[in-house]
Write a protein that binds this ligand. Structure first.
Ligand SMILES: *[C@@H]1O[C@H](CO)[C@@H](O)[C@H](O)[C@H]1NC(C)=O
Ligand SMILES: *[C@@H]1O[C@H](CO)[C@@H](O)[C@H](O)[C@H]1NC(C)=O
Ligand SMILES: *[C@@H]1O[C@H](CO)[C@@H](O)[C@H](O)[C@H]1NC(C)=O
Ligand SMILES: *[C@@H]1O[C@H](CO)[C@@H](O)[C@H](O)[C@H]1NC(C)=O
Ligand SMILES: *[C@@H]1O[C@H](CO)[C@@H](O)[C@H](O)[C@H]1NC(C)=O
Length: 480
């Protein structure tokens, strides 16, 4: 009896299975008409959003040829309804989304699928022109205005630009050629610029071939830039990686940058314009950065530093092939200051100068700079540095009658290249100390002996931005 019962049971299962298969087939047939698919994903962010929509709901076409500038604008304008109702996320699906410049809003997240590529338009009319930045007085490529960045925002709060390593491709060669031919009336656009904004997250993206700088937060605060890969030819013009400019409380971490200019360039305005604007970059954390840029610095402080740069902490930095490590660039006429800079755990391979400070960088906004505006450079600390294949240990050049003071180098081992410069150190107009540094430093940086190895210590407290924690955000979204 149990035998025939089993047969009944098997028959019943087969019938149920057939019904399920039948339903699945008919559902599949129907879904061919509607083509709705649900996608779900999660990631960590400063804030999660109550509303979500896909770019394809707003007429976006991801064929790499159709312009999506209007689709982005209308999507973001529609989503602005939700700013005070939990905020909104715009999802960019797989595809190649050609677009000109567009602006983001407060309480907003732009999320790129891992196979989504934003392609910067090559139609100049897709790039509106802005006034020069007040702290610069003029554009860097041309005196007149500047093209708005691909993703732009001003006077915002709570903005997130992220993705599962989706790509923003600036299609830079078009711009680099025009720049080299001197054909640009305005300064080249950046990929991402946020001005006068608070609470910014830029994470988990790949940025390719920017026309010029890649990420530019300016006059902003409470910023996290995390998990960004930046790639551009090492000979491309001014393709700086990440440039915090007159910003407070910024954390840059876990970034990998190959570029044609400084991987991170810390700035705060230019000569008389920067002095007048008077907004420093301060409370900056840079950690776990890897940089390749054979003709530029791993981290540059300046050259535009007229609003001041203070309290910068950089650690766990790897330079694979760069011109120099953490470079200070300034000039008579800049004014401002660079002070309380702390660097530790820096590994360098293949570079011209492990340490480089330049007091005569020149490069003025115009002829009206004040020759009495001298920068104050002091309390600059480096420790636990290991370098190999270095052409010259250090080139430290302060300013006559305005020495760079409080320079401290401890626990530094520099391996020189097969054909190093005969003189391993050149030092002028600087003051400071060293401990445990090889090759033996210049006379202006006297060795204090091994007991002073902690003289240039990193601060033990933490910065407010280090306390910021991400939330886990989960989304389910119907995408056409
Ligand atoms: C970045 O990606 C990682 C790995 O996919 C994910 O765990 C994390 O939540 C993302 N973080 C941010 C800040 O977007
Ligand atoms: C943005 O904020 C700055 C500084 O507070 C202000 O000068 C400017 O007028 C604001 N711009 C807009 C468009 O609201
Ligand atoms: C993101 O994509 C870039 C470019 O393809 C790749 O080099 C990088 O390893 C990727 N990052 C992650 C976390 O997957
Ligand atoms: C050392 O640096 C030189 C350039 O100065 C480079 O050509 C060479 O490949 C480097 N050697 C190693 C072992 O990295
Ligand atoms: C010196 O630097 C090396 C490399 O970063 C590190 O391993 C070592 O612990 C440091 N020594 C001291 C005394 O801090």
């Amino acid at each position: 009896m149990p035998f025939s019962l089993n047969i009944m049971e098997v028959m019943r299962k087969i019938v149920v299975a057939l019904i399920v298969v039948g339903l699945a087939i008919s559902e599949k047939g129907e879904s061919r008409h509607v083509r709705d698919v649900t996608t779900s994903f999660e990631y960590s962010a400063m804030n999660c959003r109550a509303h979500s929509a896909s770019l394809s709901d707003f007429g976006g076409v991801g064929d790499g040829k159709t312009s999506n500038t209007k689709a982005f604008q209308s999507a973001i304008s529609e989503l602005s309804k939700y700013s005070s109702e939990g905020g909104a996320q715009l999802y960019v699906p797989p595809g190649k989304w050609l677009t000109g410049s567009f602006s983001v809003i407060s309480h907003f997240t732009l999320y790129l699928h891992r196979d989504a590529v934003l392609l910067g338009s090559q139609d100049i009319n897709e790039w509106p022109v802005l006034k020069p930045l007040p702290s610069y007085g003029r554009g860097r490529d041309a005196a007149a205005g500047r093209f708005t960045s691909l993703i732009f925002g001003t006077n915002l709060t709570d903005v997130i630009i992220t993705g599962d390593n989706g790509t923003i491709d600036g299609q830079g060669p078009f711009w680099w050629q025009q720049f080299h031919k001197g054909k640009l009336k305005y300064t080249r656009p950046y990929l991402i610029e946020l001005m006068f904004s608070d609470s910014i997250q830029i994470s988990n993206l790949t940025l390719l071939n920017s026309p010029s700088w890649n990420v530019h937060p300016v006059y902003s605060s409470n910023i996290v830039v995390k998990g960004i890969t930046i790639l551009a030819p090492v000979t491309s013009p001014n393709t700086d990686g990440i440039n915090p400019d007159s910003c407070t409380n910024t954390r840059i971490e876990d970034c990998y940058i190959v570029s044609g200019d400084d991987c991170v360039a810390v700035k705060s305005g230019w000569d008389e314009y920067g002095i007048q604007f008077g907004m420093p970059t301060k409370q900056l954390i840079i950690r776990r950065l890897t940089c390749i840029s054979p003709f530029s610095a791993t981290i540059a402080l300046g050259s535009e530093m007229s609003g001041g740069i203070e309290d910068v902490r950089a650690e766990d930095i790897t330079a694979i092939h760069t011109e120099s490590g953490v470079r200070i660039k300034t000039a008579v006429g800049r004014g401002g200051f660079v002070r309380d800079i702390y660097v530790r755990k820096f590994t360098m391979h293949t570079m011209k100068w492990a340490f480089w400070m330049t007091g005569n960088y020149g490069s003025h906004a115009d002829k009206n700079y004040d020759p009495n505006a001298l920068p104050e450079i002091k309390n600059i600390n480096y420790r636990d540095v290991v370098a190999d294949n270095v052409t010259m240990a250090a080139r430290l050049e302060g300013i006559a009658n305005d020495p760079f003071t409080g320079i401290c180098l401890a626990n530094v081992t520099i391996g020189l290249s097969a054909k190093p410069k005969k003189q391993h150190w050149t030092c002028t107009d600087i003051e400071g100390i060293t401990s445990g540094v090889t090759p033996p430093p210049c006379g202006l940086l006297p060795d204090q002996g091994p007991e002073k190895i902690t003289a240039c210590d990193f601060p033990k407290d933490s910065q407010p931005i280090e306390e910021l924690e991400f939330k886990k955000c989960s989304y389910r979204l119907k995408v056409a």
